[in-house]
Design a protein around this ligand. Structure first.
Ligand code: GDP
Ligand code: MG
Length: 205
């Protein structure tokens, strides 16, 4: 898979195909699938939009926790992108366990066609306890994932180096995490080609 082929895949058609708010209502597992997970406001929807060159494909919200279902997008009939609800959104009455484990974790555990998960970390905040919990769940389910910094445009070069080093260290502490991390900005279109190449390599031919 060349970079050119990856660019072509992401420049082609990408369509919303399914929204699921319950784990018994997921789309057929016909194509390989990659999922974007992370805290509310981590930049999941923005990254999906930036990768596919669509401004409003995945809803970008200023209100944390607004995306309450799993949104599925078909990319060129070759791979499905899944934009998941954020797991950091917890009103006092609704614990992380409820929000995350009922839908997200059931999805992550049971999805046979799930080829890769991207765990998005807001570069300004770094890895938080809920991120580590999510990573541990993925470790236990043996679902392979890549830790991915978002919003790196918000950091100075020095801060960026430090954030990347810290996240690489974090990756080293998890059994199912890729040792290599990604570093991205949806706003400034940084680091997107590496992500596209990684996803394109998983796409069906
Ligand atoms: N500066 C900057 N802001 C971003 C970037 N990506 C997302 N945001 C902002 O972060 C907020 C949350 O983004 P969103 O994609 O809705 O996050 P989600 O809840 O994880 O889907 C929005 O206000 C976005 O405009 C980025 O690369 N750089
Ligand atoms: Mg979102």
């Amino acid at each position: 898979m060349t970079d050119e082929a990856a660019r072509k895949l992401f420049a082609g058609p990408c369509d919303f195909i399914w929204g699921a708010s319950a784990v018994d209502n997921l789309p057929p597992e016909k194509l390989p699938e990659v999922a974007f997970v992370g805290r509310s406001n981590a930049g999941k929807s923005s990254l999906v939009n930036a990768l596919t060159g669509r401004k409003t494909l995945a809803r970008v919200s200023n209100t944390p926790g607004r995306t309450r279902q799993i949104n599925f997008f078909d990319l060129g009939g070759r791979i499905v992108l899944a934009d998941l609800p954020g797991y950091g959104y917890a009103r006092a009455s609704r614990s992380l366990a409820e929000e995350w484990q009922s839908l997200i974790f059931a999805y992550l555990r049971g999805r046979a066609n799930l080829a890769r998960v991207f765990v998005l970390i807001d570069a300004r905040r770094g890895t938080m306890d809920t991120d580590r919990e999510a990573c541990t769940l993925l470790d236990q389910a043996a679902v392979s994932y890549v830790l991915t910094l978002t919003k790196i445009d918000q950091l100075s070069p020095g801060e960026r180096t430090e954030a990347e080093r810290a996240l690489s260290d974090e990756a080293g502490r998890h059994t199912a995490a890729y040792p290599q991390i990604f570093s991205t900005s949806a706003l400034k279109a940084l680091g997107l080609d590496a992500l596209k190449a990684h996803i394109a390599a998983l796409a069906a031919n």
